[in-house]
Design a protein around this ligand. Structure first.
Ligand code: ACO
Length: 325
């Protein structure tokens, strides 16, 4: 049979920690407010010499090691990121070179915080479609580069990091179902205005802080809850499963209250939900693969487990996948 399995995972995060107490010195906020509204206690921040591809490289090397394969065996690299090293070339191409992978296809996907799940979905299609056997799927972000540390409504949320997985053609079931969605009509609720072709960099765009991420948090929150809830219900149905068949839910780590809403909708016990947002904040595309790698390392996710991923992000984009490890 033509199945697709995750055969290796890895993750990386910068050493520097930015705690809620540190943020109290930058903006008018408090550890209590941030903890109660988001569940986040600290996040990691890359130093000035580290970009998304560097974190992606570290995570990829570990994923290849855990899959016990060499970079030369990879048939393609797909990177989910909204903070690429450059607008072009892609972060995936930089990774191809750093890893010494063959000159295989390499490209980035911009799908906000759903970037990793989108990349996994595309990779799944490539392997089942017969155009690849093994792919490196990465989520890598340095959100700190586009966060305004004078805006208390966003700077408390985001952090830097990367996660990687190796997926492979397999005889055993792996990815059981994957459903991705988008709706671009409310794109202005979460975006980075400057730096693209609509608002290129000028002295004015810099003065107006248009190169920073902008978000209407309350509106995004409502859509995120509804979309991720619906996606999880839909993907479970598509895989012919019941919520009780899911061993572990690994949701995008944006906000503890969003995660709780999904858990309640699926009527899952707390121990079946993996959360590490207290230590990393929202790392966008990197959040699901970092969480998966950690869940495997601490034995919370084991071989044979049925794991549900769900994500939501700028675009809007959202989706869910079910994977048998
Ligand atoms: N510290 C203290 N007070 C604050 C802070 C802060 N850091 N930030 C906002 N406030 C204040 C507001 O000014 C407001 O005050 P007011 O009532 O006097 O006007 C009050 O707290 C409530 O603000 P809200 O924005 O309504 O707070 P909310 O409960 O919605 O929480 C939050 C804000 C945490 C941002 C939440 O809306 C959220 O998590 N949104 C979703 C984010 C998300 O999931 N993004 C998804 C993907 S991200 C991507 O794709 C890149």
């Amino acid at each position: 049979m033509n199945h697709v399995k995750i055969i290796g995972t890895g993750s990386a995060a910068p050493d520097k920690v930015l705690s809620n107490n540190d943020l109290e010195t930058l903006v008018e906020t408090s550890d209590d407010w941030i903890t109660a509204r988001t569940g986040i206690k600290e996040r990691r921040i890359a130093d000035e010499n580290t970009a998304s591809s560097d974190l992606g490289y570290e995570a990829s090397v570990k994923a290849l090691e855990s899959a016990n394969i060499d970079a030369s065996e990879i048939d393609g690299i797909i990177v989910g990121t909204i903070t690429p090293d450059f607008l072009f070339p892609s972060t995936a191409c930089l990774l191809q070179s750093k890893l010494g992978a063959r000159g295989v296809l390499a490209f980035d996907i911009s799908a906000g915080c759903s970037g990793f799940l989108y990349a996994l979905h595309v990779g799944y299609g490539m392997i089942t479609g017969g155009t690849a056997d093994k792919l490196l799927i990465v989520g890598a972000e340095t959100l700190s580069r586009v966060v305004d540390y004078e805006d208390r409504s966003t700077c408390i949320l985001f952090g830097d990091g990367a996660g990687a997985t190796v997926i492979s053609r397999s005889d055993e079931p792996g990815i059981l179902s994957s459903i991705m969605n988008s709706d671009g009509k409310d794109w202005q609720l979460l975006y980075q205005p400057g730096g693209g072709s609509r608002i290129p960099a000028t002295e004015e765009s810099i003065r107006n802080k248009e190169h920073f991420l902008k978000m209407e948090g309350k509106d995004v929150f409502k859509v995120a809850v509804k979309s991720m809830e619906n996606a999880t219900v839909e993907v479970i149905k598509d895989a012919n499963l019941d919520p009780s068949d899911i061993d572990l839910l690994i949701p995008h780590q944006a906000n503890y209250r969003i995660i709780e809403a999904i858990r309640k909708r699926l009527d899952m016990p707390e121990e079946k939900v993996f959360c590490n947002l207290d230590r990393y904040g929202n790392t966008s595309s990197a959040s699901v693969p970092i969480a998966l790698d950690e869940a495997i390392k601490i034995g919370k996710a084991k071989k044979g487990d049925t794991v549900l991923f769900a994500a939501f992000g700028a675009g809007f984009t959202w989706g869910a996948s079910i994977v048998k490890l």
